[in-house]
Design a protein around this ligand. Structure first.
Ligand SMILES: Cc1cc2nc3c(=O)[nH]c(=O)nc-3n(C[C@H](O)[C@H](O)[C@H](O)COP(=O)(O)O)c2cc1C
Length: 307
């Protein structure tokens, strides 16, 4: 058996290192910079029900130990995504690596996107990821990340609509994130994927103005990893489904640390901007680690620090 094999509900991946949505393109863009076959999975850039131009520039800026960004889910919408983007992702990645990330303003929009994706590509993808951190929903930003009942209804509807594994990705910034995760866990969702990215602000002291066109934005990168660690630690105690951690992972040691806290898999996001070949390096480090430790399966580490 492959000692890095990773199960997220019904989905089985070659290893626990996943390219996080929005930081890994659609996979194929990275093909000339890295070995995509070493990715456990790639969550493709989120596609929304309506095409979105995204937020006004500037959208990305460096901060100590990471970046602050506010992209606003720019994407060309489902028609272009399904007809033009997906074929390129399918050519670059294997079936077990492709996770399609979707977002809408209402449950109906999410469900419709899941349906359309699975109707056309259901037998060629590993899972759909319902991105609940959508900034522009009918009920206000992050509604499906902060309202437990709405989140449960969303995931239940998505699971009923399609017969592929479903992941729920949410932002843990809201005070009730444990309550939301517990409610979603009860649906039997295949995995809960966390974006542990607190909001931040950076001001350009020469222009005397915020650097981001949207003024504020989430902070990601290694600066926030201890925050993500604590949230995964807390989540592990209240959910009964696998957790995927994202927030500041850039080394194999970071992945092990997140696993010991309770994550079954780890999303690597912005670290790829500086080092597009980082994921294969992390996976090699994990392979070396299981050899050194004599582990049959890396997954035996999940939550081990709680014992
Ligand atoms: C530029 C940028 C774009 C992103 N776009 C998306 C997106 O479209 N969908 C999504 O679910 N998450 C998106 N994210 C969040 C990442 O997937 C990830 O959860 C977050 O950056 C934390 O991981 P990191 O610290 O390793 O970057 C984006 C992050 C960044 C920095």
């Amino acid at each position: 058996m492959n000692s890095l094999e990773t199960r997220l509900g019904r989905a089985v991946f070659r290893n626990p290192v996943m390219g996080a949505s929005g930081c890994t393109g659609h996979g194929y863009e990275l093909a000339e910079y890295t070995d995509l076959s070493r990715y456990g999975a790639v969550s493709l850039k989120t596609v929304t029900y309506h095409a979105r131009p995204g937020n006004p520039p500037e959208r990305v800026n460096e901060v100590p130990g990471g970046i602050i960004s506010s992209i606003g889910l720019q994407n060309p919408g489902p028609d272009v995504f399904l007809a033009q983007t997906m074929p390129k992702s399918l050519a670059a990645l294997d079936r077990d690596q492709i996770v399609v990330s979707v977002a809408g303003d209402t449950v109906e929009e999410y469900v419709e996107l899941c349906r359309r994706t699975v109707e056309r590509y259901g037998d060629q993808i590993a899972a759909v990821e319902v991105n609940a951190a959508c900034p522009n929903v009918n009920h206000g930003a992050g509604y499906y990340s902060r309202d437990a009942q709405a989140a449960r209804e969303l995931v239940t509807a998505a699971k009923e609509a399609v017969d592929v594994p479903v992941f729920y990705k949410f932002n843990t910034n809201f005070e009730n994130y444990l309550e939301v995760a517990a409610a979603v866990s009860e649906t039997g969702v295949d995995a809960i994927y966390t974006s542990n990215t607190p909001m931040g602000l950076k001001i350009d002291i020469r222009k005397k103005r915020p650097v981001l066109g949207n003024v504020v934005g989430p902070v990601c990168g290694s600066a926030i990893r201890p925050i993500g660690m604590l949230r995964i630690w807390n989540l592990y105690q209240v959910v009964s489904v696998p957790l995927v951690a994202s927030g500041g992972a850039s080394t194999w040691e970071d992945v092990i640390e997140y696993m010991l806290a309770g994550a079954t898999a780890v999303g690597v996001g912005s670290a790829q901007f500086a080092h597009p070949d980082i994921v294969p390096q992390i996976v090699s480090g994990l392979e070396e680690y299981v050899r050194r430790e004599g582990l049959d399966s890396l997954s035996t580490l999940v939550g081990a620090a709680h014992a």
